[in-house]
Design a protein around this ligand. Structure first.
Ligand SMILES: CC(C)(COP(=O)(O)OP(=O)(O)OC[C@H]1O[C@@H](n2cnc3c(N)ncnc32)[C@H](O)[C@@H]1OP(=O)(O)O)[C@@H](O)C(=O)NCCC(=O)NCCS
Length: 222
């Protein structure tokens, strides 16, 4: 019997499987992140990767102050590129701000329990939500509750304390708009296309268009 393309070959023709822990042969520092997540309050979409020479398993160490009793989630979309030591400060980091002291007496117990704030007294900012096709640079720091729109770029070592618009480039401390990647008209069209929701075969057929800058061709893609 003639041998046709096996399962592995077929898979390779449409890029790596999003279920691979190490999608790059011979380069284990890159991990498809969703396969490394152990916490129920971290949700990561297909193909989003974390790149760390010390191993992709380090990602969760950089999701800081993430306590189950608070219940906040870190939600990351598909096809994001996350550089080494990008860090996410979650809501558990924030002490009560409205008292005469911010010192958290209550956490120590032993008679100091009455100083424990109710959850609603904490300055909770909600879930941290990163869109699709977001590139987060080396050692960026993302604050609780920040929403980063699809297609955004966060420059290396930025401190992101405010929401980030889709297809914007932000940088610095505090991170500010450096520039928009495209015109508003083009951004609206990209957000309508949502190429990241295409199946792997369609993405493969349209790779050249995706990495070029021809939005008309992307809209015609089939
Ligand atoms: C965001 C980034 C992609 C911008 O690249 P670029 O468009 O070529 O930007 P430029 O170098 O032309 O700089 C544009 C402006 O942004 C500023 N800028 C760039 N990077 C910055 C940063 N990390 N923090 C603050 N400002 C920054 C520049 O000073 C410049 O400001 P100006 O217009 O006032 O002169 C790049 O600076 C960056 O941070 N890349 C991340 C790389 C990384 O972490 N890779 C990890 C492996 S994936």
């Amino acid at each position: 019997m003639r041998s046709g393309p096996g399962r592995a070959n077929l898979r390779r023709m449409h890029g790596p499987s999003p279920d691979e822990k190490h999608p790059m042969a011979g380069f284990p520092q890159v991990g498809f992140l969703k396969n490394w997540i152990t916490r129920p309050n971290i949700v990561v979409g297909d193909y989003t990767y974390y790149d760390d020479p010390e191993g992709p398993e380090r990602f969760e160490q950089n999701v800081l102050y993430h306590y189950p009793f608070i219940g906040d989630r870190l939600v990351i979309g598909k096809f994001c590129a996350i550089a080494k030591d990008a860090r996410f400060i979650m809501n558990g980091a924030n002490h009560k701000l409205t008292g005469l002291t911010t010192y958290p007496f209550g956490i120590f117990g032993e008679g100091w329990e009455p100083a424990r704030p109710a959850l609603e007294e904490l300055p909770l900012k909600g879930d941290t939500v990163i869109g699709n096709d977001v590139w987060i640079g080396y050692e960026a720091l993302i604050f609780p509750g920040v929403k980063i729109g699809d297609g955004a770029i966060v420059a290396a070592r930025s401190v992101v304390a405010r929401h980030v618009r889709p297809y914007s480039v932000v940088g610095g401390n505090p991170a500010e708009l450096l520039r928009m990647r495209f015109s508003q008209e083009k951004i609206a069209r990209l957000l309508a296309i949502r190429w990241w929701d295409w199946d792997a075969a369609k993405i493969t057929r349209n790779l050249k268009t995706l990495v070029a800058a021809d939005i008309d061709a992307l809209e015609r893609a089939d």
